[in-house]
Ligand binder design. Structure first.
Ligand SMILES: [Zn+2]
Length: 165
C-alpha cells in the first residue's frame, strides 16, 4: 500500500523533472505531500535562474512553507527523483520534514546515504524517515538519457566548429 502510494507521488516528481529536462536543465523533480495531497512542486532551474540555490527541493520547500504559512513541515513527505545534495538535505532537516522518498541515488554528491547521511544524523535535533529506490530505474534512466543527449550535442558542436575552420 505504502509502496503504491510512493510510486504515485514519485511519478508526479518525475513530471516535474521532465519540466527541467525541457529547459535543458539536469532533470530533477520534487513534490511535497501532506495529508495525501500534493502541496508543492519544484524542479531544477539552476541554469535558468543562474543560481546554485535553484534546486528542485528548495523550490518545493519554499512553496510548501508559503502555502502552509509555517516554516515547519513536520507532517510532510518530500519526494525527489535524485538523492538530495548537502544543501537540500540541510533544508529538509531545517524544515523538519517527516519523511523523504528518493528515486535514484547520487553516489558522488548525495547526502541521504551516499557521501554522508545528513537526514539521519543522531547529533542533529531532527532526523527524517528515509525510503530510497522508489521508481529508481525510471529516475536514473531519465538522468542517463539527459547526459547522453548532452554529450551528443557537445560532440555535434565540436564537429560543426571543426567544419568551419
Ligand atoms: Zn540540492
Amino acid at each position: 500500500m505504502q509502496k503504491q502510494t510512493d510510486e504515485i507521488y514519485m511519478k508526479e516528481a518525475l513530471k516535474q523533472a521532465r519540466k527541467a529536462y525541457a529547459l535543458e536543465e539536469t532533470p530533477i523533480g520534487c513534490v511535497i505531500v501532506r495529508e495525501n495531497r500534493i502541496i508543492a512542486r519544484g524542479y531544477n532551474r539552476r541554469n535558468t535562474e543562474k543560481s546554485p540555490l535553484a534546486h528542485a527541493e528548495i523550490a518545493a520547500i519554499k512553496k510548501a512553507s508559503k502555502k502552509t504559512g509555517d516554516w515547519r513541515l513536520e507532517d510532510c513527505t518530500l519526494y525527489v527523483t535524485l538523492e538530495p545534495c548537502q544543501m537540500c538535505a540541510g533544508a529538509i532537516v531545517q524544515a523538519r520534514i517527516k519523511r523523504v522518498v528518493v528515486g535514484c541515488m547520487n553516489p558522488k554528491a548525495g547526502c541521504a546515504g551516499s557521501v554522508l547521511n545528513l537526514l539521519q544524523m543522531e547529533s542533529f535535533n531532527h532526523q527524517a524517515e528515509l525510503t530510497t529506490g522508489v521508481l529508481g530505474e525510471e529516475c536514473s534512466e531519465m538522468m542517463k538519457q539527459f547526459f547522453k543527449e548532452l554529450r551528443q550535442k557537445k560532440a555535434l558542436c565540436r564537429q560543426q566548429s571543426r567544419e568551419m575552420e
